[in-house]
Ligand binder design. Structure first.
Ligand code: CU
Length: 164
């Protein structure tokens, strides 16, 4: 009994010593925690899809908000509805595909009609007003975000909710 207690104590002491020796790792753990805290987390609001005219293409609009102090990029979009999801910008009233789009630190990426948007190229079926379409946004740093698009009338415009 006495021997065992001593051995346990010795083991406990050597464990403490090991922790003390590897004390520097506590610093990197703290750094990892800080990295995690800095990892951007995206919140999405006002996501909608105007009812597509045909099954060839559809657009998706929303505001992607980055509340962290780390800038990020929207890099890809996936959906069951289309195998070809693209990120488009509009320049001189013509839209073109881009590989990624910035989501600034403490800022927003606004996907609006006539501006930047997500595009479905080729639809497996044609959604109607009132339907929901799920997409997943992929970012360079932030975790992927699943977004449910409300299918709206073709003329629908996002409500501009005042932030003040
Ligand atoms: Cu487009």
């Amino acid at each position: 009994m006495t021997t065992r207690t001593t051995r346990t104590l010795a083991a406990a002491l050597s464990l403490t010593a090991a922790w003390a020796i590897s004390g520097c790792s506590a610093g990197s753990d703290a750094a990892d925690a800080a990295d995690a805290a800095d990892k951007p987390k995206m919140t999405v609001s006002g996501a909608f899809m105007p009812e597509p005219v045909n099954d060839k293409m559809a657009g998706a609009f929303m505001v992607i908000k980055n509340d962290s102090k780390t800038a990020d990029k929207l890099t890809a979009v996936t959906s069951q509805l289309s195998d070809d999801m693209q990120i488009h910008e509009t320049k001189d009233q013509k839209m073109q595909q881009v590989p990624s789009m910035d989501v600034p630190a403490n800022g927003e990426l606004k996907l609006v009609r006539g501006g930047n948007h997500i595009m479905f190229m080729g639809l497996k079926n044609k959604p109607s007003v009132g339907d929901k379409v799920t997409i997943e946004l992929r970012f360079e740093k932030a975790d992927p975000v699943k977004v449910e698009l409300d299918v709206k009338e073709r003329t629908y415009q996002a409500q501009h909710t005042a932030s003040h």
